[in-house]
Design a binder for this molecule. Structure first.
Ligand code: GLP
Length: 245
């Protein structure tokens, strides 16, 4: 297993940003999967800054996000589409044709899932997937218990997160919210994965992911089996795995 530990949060953000830039420079027609959340915000800002100062070729890059919320308008700032447009794709001059995302509102989410996965396959599959880690071990929105064989699907929302989204959007209970996510199997088909985790609050899950058994109870543990996955951590998140380095 390849584990990289950065000495502090800033070093982590910069190193993670260069994983994305390096991929685009090495393969200008790369298909790159992103993740939203606190872990990736600074990383996206650094990629944007470096591009602004030293523009490189993004004219053939395809981006997508590993997951998306359903039944919310894209105008909601918490939609993954909107977050990535604001944080990265617009800054890199990547138009919607090369930012592959499912619709957030649809009357056929199964089709949205199929179309999302098919669009990525049609571009030759995923070259790099940047993957955040949930405190309960989730990857994408594949919560504990998700079968390792899962393809792109709509997962139930975490109740606490759902409560917050409803409060912020005013979307009522008549609309069922969900998390459309690449499945575990789909993620495992990425040619290269960088699992990113920073902060002390992730340390216990990092330990379980890397030292524990490979089990559907901890979706991220499946990454132990990926032939080309790097675990990129800051020192706080790596607290309990330093003996593995
Ligand atoms: C959400 C996202 C995931 C992300 C995770 C980590 O669940 N849907 O894709 O990996 O949060 O979030 P954070 O970086 O804020 O800890």
């Amino acid at each position: 297993m390849k584990i990289t530990v950065c000495k502090n949060e800033h070093d982590f953000d910069v190193t993670a940003a260069w994983r994305i830039i390096g991929q685009m420079l090495r393969k200008p027609d790369s298909v790159i999967g992103l993740s939203t959340g606190q872990t990736t915000k600074n990383m996206h800002a650094i990629v944007s800054d470096i591009y602004k100062q030293y523009p490189f070729d993004t004219s053939r890059v395809t981006l997508f996000n590993v997951d998306e919320l359903t039944n919310l308008p894209r105008s909601y700032a918490g939609c993954c589409y909107t977050m990535i447009v604001d944080q990265l794709s617009r800054n890199l001059n990547i138009p919607d044709e090369r930012f592959i995302m499912p619709q957030t509102i649809s009357d056929d989410y199964e089709k949205e899932c199929r179309d999302f996965q098919t669009a990525l396959e049609a571009r030759g599959g995923i070259d790099l997937q940047m993957l955040g880690l949930g405190c309960n071990g989730h990857i994408g929105i594949n919560q504990p218990g998700t079968p390792f064989g899962s393809e792109t699907w709509v997962s139930p929302m975490d109740p606490i997160f759902e409560e917050r989204v409803r409060r912020e959007t005013g979307v009522g209970p008549e609309h069922e919210l969900g998390g459309l996510t690449l499945g575990v199997r789909t993620i495992m088909h990425a040619r290269h994965i960088v699992l990113i985790a920073k902060g002390e609050h992730k340390a216990d899950m990092v330990r379980q992911m890397l030292k524990g058994p490979v089990t559907e109870d901890i979706p991220a543990s499946v990454l132990q089996l990926h032939p080309n996955c790097e675990f990129l951590l800051d020192a706080d998140a790596a607290r309990d795995v330093m003996d593995m380095i």
